[in-house]
Design a protein around this ligand. Structure first.
Ligand code: ADP
Ligand code: MG
Length: 634
């Protein structure tokens, strides 16, 4: 049975972990890091780059670089959340036919799950390269606050990527699992997770392998990026005061400002001040202008304070929902890169009346927990139970546009709840039910998940038919609906029209495309590997050839010359599998000719020279042999 990898699919950074025996390993990124930026970029030639490589070219290719796509998952284009961030995005978004968000890049539109799928495919590949075996299954984490459409979108991303998401678990639950595994005493903990784009606070009870979320809340639009933006605004205002130039309209400048703001922020976690220096940021009537400022930690904390302060209310609400006070919380665990800021740590201490625990790695703990859950599903880890909760109440729209709750938030999942529906008119055979998720009293203020119709109801006077509708929430926090006509006992047909999300046809098309792209990716990787191998072998061979080529006859010299010339001139895009294969054969044939010539030339086999003095050519020959051996291993 192949392994189930754990993926923390973050807004800003993603991390992959895998259970190996009894310990969890972090899968290295392609450039050797332990996390991978959640960024996909599209080059002019249609090529895609991901992760760290995509982040590096972000400034120069801003409009085609998609970052923080998680913020768009399962959202409607005209929702408040999207409108709020639309102007900060460096790439274009447009509405789809059904009102979802689409990302418009180069001459194509992509749905957020498609972009997420590209990230998942990349992470899957990293894991496969690391493990040396295929990976087909994963546990993926999402913020506890993700609603049904956002979870559904995450699942769609997995399907498109050809990765079966065995379970979606909440990030804080994963963190608690990683923290609490093997601890036997009963403990009540708070997980304070401030990442790049989301804030989550959850209270859990840990007891002998049971990890029970008792309450959770947060803000899916609050994180480190908002702090970066506050620094950018500070820089823009300062620059305007100094030069009269407004940098905010210039996308390239904004992108550079954003990059340096984040860098300064991270430095300020360890240093009292950070210097921000951006030469040639603008040009004015007086020629090029440079931005050069120092941000003191005090000033930085003043800028970040209102954002950090916004986490307070959520912390209190989580405790209130759990019926607890700060004194009841045994430990506060910090998760997310942004919790490295000392002001955040001081704030947490003020809210909970105790310094937060620093015993887990805030960047990796969520992926570690996901990998552990993978171990649980495979049966490698036993006696562990995760009890997640419904993040937002679910219900239906009733008379007058009211929201009637069927499943209360913070109920433990999986669960099933039933409600009876009836008709409002005589002989009505169809009832429309509008499913809504949220905490507001009016349905239209909440998230519309979809509408379904109960059809084929037996004609009867109004109020007489009784249709029992069951809401099933699975362990992933995803809802499905079924219905039964109580009078006839028949299963009632339910026709759901999701108000957001991808249709089956769309997903099928995306799956096919992703597979094809994955196939192309694999092919182009194979070609690259072939080119690398040719060049590595040629590089070794050329040294030996220069020293000993004269031992070859004219025809072989010509062959080797030709092979080495072709290898030297090989460009990164040159050749198909066949010509590259031929060239590799040619280089190898040349190498073995040279090897044979060396072995059969006089002087070979005189290693045991009685005089102990080695002739110069023999020394050269040994060197040559070592080089050829070396080549065998490249
Ligand atoms: P996400 O869960 O959203 O993917 P992460 O947990 O990776 O996010 O956190 C990313 C955020 O943490 C970014 O805003 C980044 O700037 C911030 N961050 C990373 N390291 C530090 C640091 N040393 N000091 C302050 N903030 C940091
Ligand atoms: Mg995170």
């Amino acid at each position: 049975m192949s392994r189930i990898i754990g993926i923390d699919l973050g807004t800003t950074n993603s991390c992959v972990a895998v259970l190996d025996g009894s310990s969890v390993e972090i899968v290295p990124s392609d450039l050797g890091g332990r996390t991978t930026p959640s960024i996909v970029a599209f080059a002019a030639n249609g090529e895609r780059v991901l992760g760290q490589v995509a982040k590096r070219q972000e400034v120069t290719n801003a409009a085609n670089t998609i970052s923080a796509v998680k913020r768009l998952m399962g959202r409607r284009y005209d929702s408040d959340e999207i409108q709020k961030i639309a102007s900060f995005l460096t790439y274009a978004i447009v509405p789809s036919d059904n009102g979802d968000v689409r990302i418009s890049v180069r001459d194509r539109e992509y749905s957020p799950p498609e972009i997420s799928a590209m990230l998942l495919q990349h992470l899957k590949l990293l894991a496969e390269n690391h493990l040396g075996e295929p990976v087909t299954e994963a546990i993926v984490t999402v913020p506890a606050y993700f609603d049904d459409s956002q979870r559904q979108a995450t699942k769609d991303a997995g399907r498109i990527a050809g990765l079966e998401i065995r379970r979606i678990i909440n990030e804080p639950t994963a963190a608690a699992l990683a923290y609490g595994l093997g601890k036997s005493e009963r403990e009540r903990i708070a997980i304070y997770d401030l990442g790049g784009g989301t804030f989550d606070i959850s209270i859990l009870e840990l007891h002998q392998g049971v990890f029970e979320v008792v309450s959770t809340c947060g803000d899916s639009f609050l994180g480190g990026e908002d702090i970066d933006r506050a620094i950018v605004d500070w820089m823009v205002a300062g620059f305007r005061a100094e030069t009269g130039i407004d940098l905010s309209a210039d996308i390239l400048a904004r992108q550079r400002l954003k990059e340096s703001a984040e860098k300064a922020k991270c430095e300020l976690s360890f240093e009292p001040r950070a210097r921000i220096s951006l030469p040639f940021i603008a040009s004015g009537p007086a020629g090029p202008r440079h931005l050069d400022r120092t941000l003191e930690r005090e000033e930085f904390e003043r800028l970040a304070a209102p954002l950090i302060e916004r986490t307070t209310g959520f912390c209190h609400k989580a405790m209130e929902d759990a019926g607890l006070t700060p004194a009841d919380i045994g430990k506060v665990i910090l998760v997310g890169g942004q919790t490295r800021t000392p002001a955040v740590q001081r704030h947490v201490e003020a809210v909970f009346g105790q310094p937060p625990s620093l015993e887990v790695n805030p960047d990796e703990v969520v992926a570690v927990g996901a990998a552990l859950q993978g171990g649980v599903l495979r049966g490698d880890l036993r006696d562990i139970v995760l009890l997640d909760v419904v993040p937002l109440s679910l219900g239906v729209e009733t008379q007058g546009g009211l929201f009637t709750r069927v499943i209360e938030h913070n109920s433990t999942i999986p669960l099933r709840k039933k409600n009876i529906f009836t008709t409002v008119a005589d002989h009505q055979t169809v009832v429309e039910v509008h499913v809504v998720q949220g905490e507001r009293d009016l349905a239209r203020h909440n998230r519309s998940l979809g509408k379904f119709e109960l059809v084929g109801i037996q004609p009867a006077p109004r109020g007489v038919p009784q249709v029992e509708v069951a809401f099933d929430m699975d362990a992933n926090g995803i809802l499905s609906v079924s219905a039964r006509d109580l009078l006839s006992g028949r299963e009632q047909a339910v026709r759901i029209t999701p108000s957001t999300g991808l249709g089956k046809d769309e997903i099928d098309r995306m799956v096919a495309e992703a597979r094809e792209f994955g196939e192309n990716d694999r092919k182009s990787r194979e070609l690259t590997e072939l080119r690398n191998r040719i060049q590595a072998r040629a590089a070794v061979l050329v040294r030996s050839y220069l020293a000993l080529g004269s031992l070859l006859d004219a025809a072989d010299q010509k062959m080797l010359n030709e092979a080495l010339r072709r290898a030297r001139e090989l460009g990164p895009e040159d050749g198909d599998a066949e010509t590259l294969g031929e060239l590799l054969d040619l280089v190898e044939a040349g190498a073995s000719r040279l090897s044979e010539a060396v072995m059969s030339s006089p002087g070979e086999g005189q290693g045991g020279d009685p005089g102990g003095t080695e002739k110069p050519e023999t020394g050269m020959r040994n060197l040559m042999k070592a080089a050829l051996d070396d080549m065998e291993h490249t």
